[in-house]
Design a protein around this ligand. Structure first.
Ligand code: NAG
Ligand code: NAG
Ligand code: NAG
Ligand code: NAG
Ligand code: NAG
Ligand code: NAG
Length: 490
């Protein structure tokens, strides 16, 4: 039953691509004005172009009236609109313009509320009110404004000429409101967790404030863009790691945000460091990625799945853009992508190839080689990260891992304030995990579910040892769980 369903799905998807390519070939002749500039997609390298086309073919099928939207989401629709402008075939630019206007209709416009400037998560969500009590990430989501605003930086820089001037003006106002509204956020106040260690929205806020401050000549936003950049850099420089460390989704979002450095004023604080942070982040990704499993090994600070071939993670798209593998199925993204687990985020794939010119050159050759081929003997890796105020910088998280042929194991030592890491989410926080090739083409795993705020999970090439040290005041350390890798190593 399951097999039949997947086969049907696959045919449906291929059918979509077929229809789409016919559509392009048989398209009506256009005037130069209607066609706009076809050359944008000629610039990214072929792996990035293939990724873009693969994603857009899927998103085309997800997109449709009555609300001109992808996945019932203003944010994903905004991203798709950017992709349409990059593709700019047939009536793409016209549809994108309509989507952008619709998306702005779902932006909160009252500057006196805390959620000012962000976008509704769903078109049918009511406004927060006494009957739909205001709750961040509940009745409203402040990150939506950053997701949309940063993606429109690409439009301002690359595709403005495809839009009516009054729409460009409206977008600038929308980006300004999103950035000002983001400025209302303070970590630890009103239930907000936007501290510098919440790296993915934090780097988006840096880019939004830096860019919009310059675009709108708002010295205050420019000031805060540089200030927030300095705070982010200070966190990064503690251990040369992002505080949301090793995450198939959020490392991807942060790398997306960092790639926008190329559009920032040359003398902005973030423009001076983004390339270096991109490079260092990839050095750790290269040490966790297991090309024999085609997924990022653990442990993970925040994950939505364990095997990137069975759930979509934005980082999987970035790896695919670097090494290819859509045709032969070696790319670390689900195949088929359309309808896969966590598929909504695939709308980000419309953006990643467009800014790869500010990203791919900073991925070291040694990392590219680790993404494509396992080194003969496998490798261990050690890293540290810390997320104040959720942890004391004196007791950072320690990451140990083993990456070998058909096997990845990893552990985190954490002495935190909450159960589940800085995101306070034990479901997404995976302090100990072993992944292995089952021999059937699938990846198996066993993971440690956090129930304690103080955990010591240590991986070697031979074992993953989990214990529960008492929080710092005691040295007592009871080992209660040990998994030998001997029985599953290959
Ligand atoms: C088209 O895009 C290319 C490459 O991005 C650029 O050099 C050129 O100026 C663009 N042409 C127009 C008419 O915008
Ligand atoms: C931006 O915010 C102002 C209030 O400060 C509001 O009047 C305006 O409609 C908003 N613009 C957009 C595009 O949401
Ligand atoms: C300057 O921007 C910051 C951060 O967005 C904000 O908190 C502050 O209120 C702004 N100040 C003025 C005078 O607009
Ligand atoms: C950056 O350059 C702009 C002019 O392009 C200038 O107005 C601004 O003061 C400079 N900022 C810094 C921090 O040097
Ligand atoms: C991580 O290791 C360092 C020593 O390398 C140690 O000082 C620190 O306490 C460890 N962190 C945790 C959470 O155990
Ligand atoms: C785990 O394996 C390492 C490396 O072989 C070894 O040094 C260590 O003693 C082992 N730990 C336990 C608890 O067996």
């Amino acid at each position: 039953m399951h097999l039949i369903f997947s086969a049907w799905f696959y045919v449906w998807f291929l059918g979509g691509m077929f229809v789409n390519s016919l559509h392009i070939k048989e398209g009506m002749p256009h005037t130069l004005h209607e066609r706009g500039n076809y050359s944008y997609l000629a610039t990214p390298p072929s792996n990035q172009r293939a990724l873009f086309e693969y994603a857009m073919n899927g998103l085309d099928m997800n997109f449709g009236p009555p609300f001109l939207a992808c996945f019932d989401s203003p944010r994903y629709s905004a991203w798709y609109a950017v992709g349409l402008l990059a593709r700019n075939e047939d009536d793409d630019a016209k549809v994108a313009s309509k989507i952008i206007r619709d998306v702005i209709d779902f932006q909160y416009k009252d500057p006196s509320v805390l959620w000012f400037g962000t976008f509704k998560s769903h078109p049918d969500a009511p406004n927060p009110s006494p009957v739909y009590p205001p709750k961040i990430y509940g009745s409203y989501d402040s990150n939506q404004g950053l997701f949309v605003c940063t993606s429109w930086i690409i439009v301002m820089e690359e595709f403005q000429h495809l839009l009516e001037p009054n729409l460009v003006t409206l977008m600038k106002e929308s980006m300004y409101n999103a950035t000002v509204g983001d400025g209302y956020r303070v970590g630890g106040v009103d239930g907000d967790n936007l501290y510098p260690v919440y790296s993915n929205p934090w780097y988006m806020r840096v880019m939004a404030a830096t860019y919009v401050g310059h675009m709108q000549s708002d010295a205050n936003l420019t000031f805060w863009g540089n200030e927030w950049a300095s705070q982010a850099i200070a966190e990064f420089d503690r251990f040369g790691t992002l505080s949301e460390f090793n995450s198939g989704t959020y490392s991807g979002v942060t790398l997306y945000a960092l790639s926008l450095w190329g559009y920032m004023p040359k003398n902005s604080t973030i423009a001076s460091r983004a390339k270096d942070i991109i490079t260092k982040t990839w050095i750790s990704i290269g040490n966790y990625y297991n090309p024999t499993l085609k997924t990022l090994g653990g442990p993970w600070d925040r994950t939505y799945g364990f095997d990137m071939k069975s759930y979509f993670g934005i980082l999987g798209a970035q790896i695919t853009g670097l090494i290819g593998g859509i045709q032969d199925g070696t790319a670390p993204i689900p195949s088929p992508l359309l309808g896969s687990e966590h598929y909504g985020d695939a709308a980000a794939v419309a953006l990643i190839p467009l800014i790869s010119k500010f990203h791919d050159p900073y991925v070291p050759a040694s990392v590219l080689s680790r993404l494509t081929k396992m080194d003969s003997s496998g490798h261990t890796y050690f890293a540290q990260a810390v997320s104040p105020p959720f942890e004391n910088p004196l007791y950072p998280r320690n990451y140990t891992s083993w990456t070998g042929n058909g096997l990845s194991a990893g552990g985190i030592q954490i002495d935190g304030r909450e159960v589940g890491g800085a995101a306070i989410n034990p479901t997404n926080f995976v302090p100990g995990v072993i992944l292995w090739a089952t021999g059937t083409g699938k990846t198996g795993w066993i993971s440690h579910y956090a129930t304690s705020s103080s955990i010591s999970a240590v991986a070697t090439s031979k074992n993953l040892t989990v214990s529960y040290p008492l929080p710092r005041r005691s040295a007592r350390n009871r080992a209660i769980f040990r998994k030998s890798l001997g029985c599953i190593s290959r």
